[in-house]
Design a binder for this molecule. Structure first.
Ligand SMILES: Cc1cc2nc3c(=O)[nH]c(=O)nc-3n(C[C@H](O)[C@H](O)[C@H](O)COP(=O)(O)OP(=O)(O)OC[C@H]3O[C@@H](n4cnc5c(N)ncnc54)[C@H](O)[C@@H]3O)c2cc1C
Ligand code: FES
Ligand code: FES
Length: 1319
C-alpha cells in the first residue's frame, strides 16, 4: 500500500503496483501543461498522463462502463482493504489518495502473460470491435478480486454497468460464467485449454504480483498539481471545520463522496473553489449493526442499524441483505431489490446514499428513489457549526448542502413492518442503467384479517414533478378503509389521478403515461398486498417482471477439409482487445505540440447565420485558433461518397452540397459552425461554450415527416429523386375487387449508431506537405478525397492509415468526412498535429443516424389472408437535403418490401421529405430493415382483421417459383431452403406447442400477456464493391503480411481474410500478420459496408494469393517428387529465382447477387400495467452458406439481431419542438439494449448443408441480414398488446409505431382506471 503523502506531495497512490506521485506546486513555478487539477479524472490521468490507453472513455457519465478499473483501498471505518470496480471517468484523481488502482494493462499483457479473464473473453468470442472489452474485463476482474468465488447470477449483476453495441452480450456472459464456482468438468477442461493457449499467468482471478513490473505499467514521473483547494479530512470534526473555513464569501465548496453525480448533473461544470473529500472519515464510512442483528458483519452494536453518509450504495445493499435475515428488518429485502435497480454496479460501488439524496435536492427532475422516506428511516445531519438536525428524507430542511452535511442514516427495527406491505415499483425504458420513468415506494399498514389499512399509509412517487413526493390525499383517503373493496380501489385511484400532475418535459415520457403509470403502480401494490384475496387471473398484476439469466445455443457446421477456412477460430485481434493492447485512433500517443479541436454547434435548427464572435473564446489561456467556413483553404462544401454519383446516375443538381461548417444557413440544430483549437480538449470545450453565434430569421424547425408533409405534400407521391418502385399487375383494380381491405400508417424513428468509439480523427502534417490522417472511418478513400478538397493538397499526399475502428454500423461512412476535413484545415493552418475526438453529446447532436420512415399502406385480401392487392408508400426523411445514401437506401427499401412474398398487384413507391435534421446516413441493414418490418406489419394487420394466426397469413402469401410475377423466392433452391427452415423451426422450436401454451397462459392472466411471432427473411446480397489486397511473403522465415482495403470494425474481416490466405497458401494461420488499411494499398476502394466487405476483401486476397502461387510454381517439386516445404519454396523463389513475393490485387468481378434466407421466432411476455416486457426466448435460423469463420459469423448474427432490438424496442430520440435540439444526446437518456434486454434464451443456428455457389468458399454474408429479422420483436410485442387490448374490450387494430418502448406498449394497452378491478 502506498505511503501517505508527505510534505511536498499532494497525492500518492499506485497504478498497476507502480507508485504515482502528484507533487504540490511551489509558489514560484510557472504553468506546466501536465498539471492535474481537482477536476482531472482518473480516466484522463491514466490515458493522458500515464499512456495507459487500455482504459477507454465514451460517455463519461457512468453509463457505458468502458472506463472501469479496479480500486483497492482501505475502509477507514473497518481498517480492511476492499476491492471494487469503479468508473474512472467520474473519479477525481485527487480522491485516489492511497488507492491501489489496476487497469487492464496491469492484470495481463503480452509480456507477462494474459489474465484468465482476458483470455476467456478473447477465446470465447466475446469481442467484436473490442472497444468495450477492457471495461468488461475490469468489471469481471473486480468481481473476482472482491469475491473470490462467483456465481452466474453475480456475474450478470456485475456486468450491469457495461454496454456492448456489437455482440448481443451472450458470448461475454458465457465467457465470464466459466468462473462459476460450480463449473462442470467440461467447462473446466475448456478453460484450462484456453488459458494454456493464451499463456495465462494465473488462475481464476489472480492479480499482478507486487514485485513484477508489468509491460503495461510505466513507472510514473511525478506530476504537479494545480493550486486548487482539495481537503481530505480524516475526522468528522475536521470536515466540519474545513467546511466552515472554506465557505467564506461566495466561494463554492463541494463535498465529494463518490462524485458520481458528475455523471448525472454536472459533467462539464466549471470547477468549484474548493473540495472536501468524505472518503477518509471513519464516522461517515461506518455501518453500525443493531444490537440484535446477529447476521450483520459489521461493527458496533447500536439500538438500530446506522449507516454513515459515505457508505456506498453497494455497501448498503450488502448490509441490508444481511439485515433482512434479522427479525424486525425483513422489510430490508425490499430495499435491496430496489437499490439494485439504482444505476449499475460500478456507480453503486462509488456512489453513496447521501450523495443520492442530495442530488435530488439539486436537480428536482432527477427521479431519485424514495425508499428511505417510505420506510420512515431517519437521517441525521450536522451544519458547519456542528449543530445536529434530524430529518425524514421527505422534508426540505437540508437542501443547502453547503450548510449541512449528512452523516448518518438510521434504519430502525420494526416488528410492525413484518405485517405491512412494503413495495417499491418502478418502470424503466430499458432493463438496467436507465433511470425510471416513474418510481414509487409504498408502505401499507394492513390487517390481513380485515383487509383494512390500519393507519395512514405512505405513498411516495418519483419522476412526477419537482415538488410531488407524497400522494397526501390518497394516503388520507386510504386510511382505515378496506383494501379488498372495489369502491376503495376506485376511490383511491380517482384521488391519486387527481393529485398526480406530472410536469411536462420533452426529455421524459409523456405526461398522460406517467399519470396512468402512477395509478397502475398503486393498483399493483394493492394486488400484491391482497395476495390470494384476489382471483387468480389478477394476481400476476401484483408481481414484478423478473429476468432469468441469459443463456443460448449456437449451432453451425464445419468441414475439416476446408480448414482453416470454415474453422471456428477466435478472432485474430481478440486477445489484444481484451488486454487493452489494441490501438484505436484516440489511443495514439500525443505528439509534442499536438492540439485538440472542439466544435461550436448551432443551437437552433432553422435560421440564417449572423455574426460569430469568438473573442471571449480566443482570450482563454491555451486556445490557439478558431476556424469557420471563411477560413477554408480548399472547399468547405462537398458531396459525401461523390464517387457513386455517376454509378447511380444521380443528377447532382438535385442535391445540396454538404458543408463542413455552416456558412449562411442553419439547417439543423447541432450543425457545426466552427472549431476551437486549443492545447487540450477540456480547454477547447470551455472556450467553445464562449463563442457567441447570432441567429437571424429564426423559424420553427420541421422535425418530423408528418410535419414536413404539411408543406411538402409531394412527399405523398413517388419521389423524383428516387425513381425506384415495385409495380406489378394492377393494384388499383385488384384492390377494388378484394373482399377485405385495410389501410393505415406506421412510423419508424431514427437510430443513433452508438458506436462505443465516438468519431475520432488525428491529422499530422509531415514532410513534403504531406498529411498523415488517422480517421476512424469505414472508408479510407472518401476521407482522403474530402481532406484533399478541404486543404487543396493532392490525394497522393494524403496518407490515410487505420488499424480498426471501435464500431461503425454505417455511422462512420459519411459522418467522419467533415470531421477529418476540419481537423486537416486546422492542422495545415497551424502546422501542428490536430486531434478531434467527439464527446457523446457532440457526437449525437451533430452526426446523423438511421433514416426515419412514415409508411402508409392500403391492402386488399381474401378470407385466407392472401394479399390480392397492396399499395404502399414509404416516405423517408432525408434530413435537410437529398444525399447519395438516402437515394440508395430508399431504392433498397422499395425492392425489399417483397421480402419472401408473392408480390402480384403491388404498387410500392418511395417518397421523400426534408426536415431540419442532419442528412441521414446508412445504419446497419439500411432500408432493408425498415422495408421488411413494413411488410411484416401489414401481415400482422391482415391477420388482426381476420382474427387469424399471423403466421397463417404469412404462409398464405409465401412466393412460389411458379408464381406469375417474378418472385423473391425465385429459385427452386430458395424455396427448398425455406421449407427446411420452417420445418426445423416448427419442430425444434416447438412452435405450435408453445403457441397453445401461450393461449392458456393469456387466458389465465389478465395483467400478463405472452405472444410468439415469426418473421421470415430473404436478404439479397449484391456483390458490388471494390476492394484490394496486398500480400507480402518474407523469404527469411516464410511468414506473410497482408493489408486489405476493408476496415476492421469488429466484423472479423481480418480473421476471415487471414483464414482464406492461410488456406490458399497452405500455411498455418499464425504465420499471417494483418497490417493496417492504408490509402497506399487501397487508394480507390469502396467504403466497407453492405455486409460484403469481408467477402470482397477475401476475394481480393485470394486473387493476390493466386498470383503468388503462380510465381512460386516453378520452384515447387516436380511431379512425383516429395513436396518441398513452404519456406524452401519461398526462399528458392526469392533468393535464387528473384521472384516478386509481393502481390497486389483487386477482387475479380463477382457474379452478382445471392440471397440470405432466415426465419426467427420470438416469444415475449408483457406486464400490461407497466408496459415492461421481457423476451423469454428467441430462435434465429439463418442460412450463412458455408460459414467462412463460424464463431465470427455467429457473433455477427447475434450482434445484428441485438442491434435491431434496440431499433425496434428501446432507442428513441426526443427532439425539442422549438429548437430542434436532440434532447436524447447522452447515454443517460438514449438507451441501446443492455444484457438484461436480451432474450433470456437465444438459440442461433446457421443452416447446415447449404453451399452458396457464388460466395467465396461457398459462404454468405452475415453482418446485416439478422437485423432485418429483429422486427419480430416488435411484431411479438404488438401481438401481446393486442391480447391485452382484447381483454379490455378493444378489438380494433392499434398502430404500434417503432420503437415499441415500454411507454408505447403500456399506452397501447389502453388500460383505463375503470379496468383496474379486484374481481
Ligand atoms: C449512470 C448513473 C445512473 C444512475 N441511476 C440512478 C437511478 O437509477 N436512480 C437513482 O436514484 N440515482 C441514480 N443515479 C444517481 C446516483 O445514485 C448518485 O450519483 C449517487 O448516489 C451519488 O452519490 P455520490 O457519493 O457519488 O455523490 P457525489 O457525487 O459525491 O455528491 C453528490 C452531491 O451530494 C453532495 N453530498 C455528497 N455527500 C454528502 C453528504 N454526506 N452530506 C451532504 N452533501 C453531500 C455533494 O456535495 C454533491 O453536491 C445514477 C448515477 C449515474 C452516474
Ligand atoms: S466512460 Fe465512464 S462509464 Fe462511460
Ligand atoms: S465489442 Fe462491445 S462494443 Fe464492440
Amino acid at each position: 500500500m502506498p505511503a501517505s503523502a508527505g510534505d511536498g506531495t499532494a497525492l500518492i497512490f499506485s497504478v498497476n503496483n507502480q507508485p504515482q506521485q502528484v507533487l504540490k506546486r511551489s509558489a514560484n513555478d510557472g504553468g506546466v501543461t501536465s498539471d492535474v487539477t481537482s477536476t482531472t479524472t482518473l480516466a484522463d490521468y491514466l490515458r493522458l498522463h500515464q499512456q495507459l490507453p487500455g482504459t477507454k472513455t465514451m460517455c463519461r457519465e457512468g453509463m457505458c462502463g468502458a472506463c472501469v478499473v479496479t480500486v483497492t483501498s482501505q475502509n477507514p471505518a473497518t481498517g480492511q482493504m476492499e476491492s471494487r470496480a469503479v468508473n474512472s471517468c467520474m473519479v477525481p484523481i485527487k480522491a485516489c489518495q492511497d488507492w491501489q488502482i489496476e487497469t487492464v494493462e496491469g492484470i495481463g499483457n503480452r509480456r507477462d502473460g494474459y489474465h484468465p479473464v482476458q483470455a476467456r473473453l478473447a477465446h470465447m468470442n466475446g469481442t467484436q470491435c473490442g472497444y468495450c472489452s477492457p471495461g468488461m474485463v475490469m468489471s469481471m476482474y473486480s468481481l473476482l478480486k472482491s469475491n473470490g468465488k462467483v456465481s452466474p447470477e453475480e456475474v450478470e449483476q456485475a456486468m450491469d454497468g457495461n454496454l456492448c453495441r456489437c455482440t448481443g452480450y451472450r458470448p461475454i456472459l458465457d465467457a465470464f460464467k466459466t468462473f462459476d464456482k460450480d463449473a462442470d468438468d467440461k467447462t473446466k477442461r475448456l478453460v484450462a485449454d484456453i488459458e494454456e493457449t493464451a499463456g495465462c499467468h494465473g488462475r481464476s482471478g489472480g492479480s499482478c504480483q507486487p514485485t513484477v513490473a508489468c509491460a503495461g505499467c510505466p513507472r510514473a514521473a511525478a506530476l504537479t498539481s494545480a493550486k486548487d483547494d482539495w481537503r481530505l479530512p480524516t475526522t468528522l470534526q475536521q470536515a466540519l471545520s474545513d467546511l466552515s473555513n472554506m465557505t467564506v464569501g461566495d466561494k463554492s465548496v463541494r463535498l465529494v463522496a463518490g462524485n458520481t453525480s458528475m455523471g448525472v448533473l454536472d459533467k462539464y461544470d466549471a470547477p468549484s473553489d474548493g473540495y472536501i473529500s468524505l472518503l477518509k472519515i471513519p464516522e461517515l464510512r461506518a455501518i453500525k449493526r443493531p444490537a440484535n442483528g446477529s447476521n450483520c458483519r459489521i461493527i458496533h452494536d447500536a439500538p438500530r442499524a446506522v449507516f454513515g453518509a459515505a457508505v456506498t450504495l453497494s455497501e448498503l445493499i450488502e448490509e441490508l441483505k444481511l439485515l433482512s435475515k434479522t427479525a424486525g428488518y425483513r422489510h430490508c429485502a425490499e430495499m435491496v431489490k430496489h437499490l439494485q435497480l439504482v444505476a449499475n454496479t460500478p456507480v453503486r460501488n462509488a456512489g453513496t446514499w447521501a450523495g443520492n439524496l442530495m442530488i435530488k435536492y439539486q436537480a428536482q427532475g432527477v427521479p431519485v428513489r424514495r425508499l428511505p422516506a417510505a420506510h420512515g428511516s431517519q437521517g441525521q445531519a450536522q451544519d458547519r457549526r456542528g449543530k445536529e438536525a434530524g430529518r425524514n428524507f421527505c422534508g426540505k430542511n437540508v437542501r443547502d448542502q453547503h450548510e449541512k452535511q449528512d452523516h448518518r442514516l438510521h434504519e430502525p427495527a420494526s416488528n410492525r413492518r413484518e405485517k405491512i406491505c412494503v413495495q417499491v415499483l418502478q418502470d424503466h425504458p430499458a432493463a438496467i442503467s436507465a433511470h425510471a420513468y416513474v418510481n414509487a415506494a409504498f408502505v401499507l399498514p394492513f390487517d390481513p384479517a380485515t383487509a383494512k389499512i390500519t393507519e395512514r399509509p405512505t405513498l411516495l412517487f418519483g419522476g412526477i414533478s419537482g415538488t410531488f413526493v407524497h400522494a397526501v390525499a390518497t394516503e388520507r383517503y386510504l386510511t382505515g378503509r378496506c383494501l379488498a373493496e372495489q369502491a376503495t380501489l376506485k376511490g383511491a385511484l380517482a384521488t391519486l389521478l387527481d393529485e398526480v400532475r406530472p410536469d411536462p418535459d420533452p426529455e421524459m415520457a409523456d405526461v398522460a403515461y406517467r399519470r396512468t403509470l402512477a395509478s397502475n403502480l398503486l393498483y399493483k401494490v394493492i394486488l400484491h398486498t391482497l395476495g390470494d384475496r384476489v382471483p387468480a387471473h389478477l394476481r400476476s398484476g401484483g408481481q414484478d417482471l423478473t429476468r432469468s439469466l441469459v443463456r443460448g445455443t449456437q449451432e453451425f457446421d464445419t468441414d475439416k477439409t476446408l480448414w482453416p477456412v470454415n474453422k471456428a477460430v477466435p478472432k485474430l485481434e481478440a486477445q489484444i482487445q481484451t488486454s487493452g493492447e489494441a490501438e484505436y485512433v484516440d489511443d495514439q500517443p500525443e505528439l509534442p505540440g499536438e492540439l485538440h479541436g472542439y466544435y461550436v454547434l448551432t443551437k437552433v435548427a432553422n435560421a440564417k447565420l449572423g455574426a460569430i464572435d469568438a473573442s471571449a473564446a480566443m482570450a482563454v489561456k491555451g486556445v490557439r485558433a478558431f476556424f469557420t467556413a471563411k477560413d477554408f483553404i480548399g472547399s468547405n462544401e462537398y458531396y459525401s461518397l461523390s464517387e457513386f454519383l455517376p454509378a447511380f446516375g444521380i443528377d447532382s443538381t438535385k442535391m445540396t452540397l454538404e458543408e463542413v461548417f455552416a456558412r449562411d444557413t442553419v439547417r439543423f440544430c447541432g450543425q457545426p459552425v466552427g472549431l476551437v483549437v486549443a492545447d487540450t480538449q477540456a480547454i477547447a470545450r470551455t472556450a467553445a461554450a464562449l463563442v457567441r453565434v447570432e441567429y437571424l430569421q429564426v423559424a420553427k424547425p420541421v422535425i418530423s415527416i408528418k410535419e414536413a408533409l404539411k408543406t411538402q405534400p409531394e412527399g405523398r407521391q413517388q419521389s423524383t429523386f428516387v425513381p425506384a418502385n415495385v409495380t406489378t399487375g394492377d393494384a388499383e383494380a385488384a384492390m377494388k375487387g378484394a373482399p377485405h381491405r385495410a389501410s393505415g400508417e406506421w412510423e419508424m424513428g431514427s437510430q443513433y449508431h452508438f458506436y462505443m468509439e465516438t468519431q475520432s480523427v488525428r491529422v499530422v502534417p509531415c514532410e513534403d506537405g504531406q498529411l498523415n490522417v488517422y480517421c476512424a472511418a469505414q472508408g479510407m478513400r472518401d476521407v482522403a478525397d474530402r481532406v484533399s478538397d478541404a486543404v487543396n493538397i493532392p490525394t497522393n499526399k494524403i496518407n490515410c492509415e487505420l488499424r480498426r475502428i471501435g464500431g461503425g454500423y454505417g455511422g462512420k461512412t459519411t459522418n467522419p468526412l467533415p470531421i477529418a476535413s476540419a481537423a486537416a484545415l486546422a492542422a495545415v493552418k497551424l502546422n501542428k498535429p490536430v486531434r478531434i475526438v467527439l464527446d457523446i453529446e457532440t457526437n449525437i447532436s451533430m452526426c446523423s443516424g438511421r433514416v426515419p420512415y412514415l409508411i402508409s399502406y392500403e391492402v386488399g385480401f381474401d378470407d385466407s389472408g392472401k394479399i390480392l392487392a397492396l399499395k404502399m408508400h414509404l416516405i423517408g426523411d432525408q434530413g435537410y437535403s437529398n444525399s447519395i445514401l438516402s437515394f440508395a437506401e430508399l431504392a433498397e427499401a422499395i425492392s425489399m418490401t417483397k421480402n419472401v412474398y408473392n408480390a402480384d398487384n403491388w404498387l410500392v413507391t418511395p417518397g421523400t421529405v426534408y426536415t431540419n435534421q442532419p442528412l441521414f446516413t446508412a445504419c446497419r441493414a439500411p432500408g432493408s430493415t425498415n422495408a421488411i418490418a413494413a411488410i411484416e406489419m401489414v401481415m400482422n394487420r391482415v391477420a388482426h382483421q381476420l382474427d387469424k394466426d399471423p403466421w397463417e397469413v404469412r404462409l398464405a402469401n409465401f412466393a412460389l417459383p411458379t408464381d406469375a410475377v417474378p418472385t423473391p423466392l425465385g429459385t427452386e433452391q430458395d424455396s427448398k431452403v425455406f421449407k427446411m427452415l420452417i420445418d426445423e423451426m416448427f419442430d425444434k422450436g416447438e412452435i405450435n406447442k408453445r403457441k397453445a401454451e401461450i393461449e392458456v397462459f393469456n387466458q389465465a392472466n389478465r395483467w400478463r400477456k405472452r405472444s410468439l411471432a415469426l418473421v421470415p427473411m430473404r436478404y439479397p446480397v449484391k456483390q458490388v464493391s471494390k476492394m484490394m489486397a496486398l500480400i507480402s511473403v518474407y523469404d527469411k522465415d516464410g511468414t506473410v503480411a497482408l493489408s486489405h482495403g476493408g476496415v476492421e470494425m469488429g466484423q472479423g474481416l481480418n480473421t476471415k481474410v487471414a483464414q482464406v490466405v492461410a488456406r490458399e497458401l497452405g500455411i498455418p494461420l499464425d504465420q499471417i500478420s494483418v497490417k493496417p488499411n492504408s490509402s497506399l494499398v487501397n487508394p480507390n476502394g469502396f467504403v466497407t459496408g453492405g455486409s460484403i466487405g469481408s467477402e470482397m476483401c477475401c476475394m481480393a486476397a485470394r486473387s493476390a494469393c493466386q498470383q503468388l502461387l503462380e510465381r512460386l510454381k516453378p520452384f515447387r517439386a516436380a511431379e512425383g517428387e516429395p513436396e518441398r516445404p513452404w519456406l524452401q519454396v519461398v526462399q528458392m523463389a526469392s533468393l535464387m529465382g528473384g521472384a516478386n513475393l509481393t502481390a497486389h490485387s483487386i477482387q475479380p468481378p463477382a457474379p452478382g447477387e445471392y440471397a440470405v434466407l432466415g426465419l426467427t421466432a420470438a416469444e415475449v411476455e408483457l406486464d400490461v400495467l407497466t408496459g415492461e416486457y421481457r423476451f423469454n426466448r428467441v430462435d434465429l435460423y439463418e442460412d450463412a452458406g458455408q460459414a467462412l469463420s463460424p464463431w465470427v459469423d455467429i457473433g455477427q448474427v447475434e450482434g445484428a439481431f441485438a442491434f435491431g432490438m434496440g431499433l425496434f424496442l428501446t432507442e428513441q430520440h426526443r427532439l425539442d419542438p422549438q429548437t430542434g435540439q436532440r434532447l436524447t444526446n447522452r447515454a443517460w437518456n438514449y438507451y441501446p439494449p443492455t444484457h438484461k434486454d436480451m432474450p433470456r434464451d437465444f438459440r442461433v443456428k446457421l443452416l447446415k448443408n447449404n453451399k452458396n455457389d457464388i460466395g467465396i468458399f461457398n459462404s454468405k454474408a452475415t453482418g446485416e441480414p439478422a437485423t432485418c429479422m429483429s422486427s419480430v420483436c416488435l411484431m411479438a410485442l404488438q401481438q401481446a398488446v393486442a391480447a391485452a387490448r382484447r381483454d379490455g374490450g378493444h378489438k380494433d387494430w392499434i398502430t404500434f409505431n417503432c420503437p415499441g418502448t415500454v411507454e408505447a406498449a403500456q399506452t397501447a394497452c389502453q388500460t383505463s382506471a375503470e379496468l383496474l378491478v379486484l374481481s
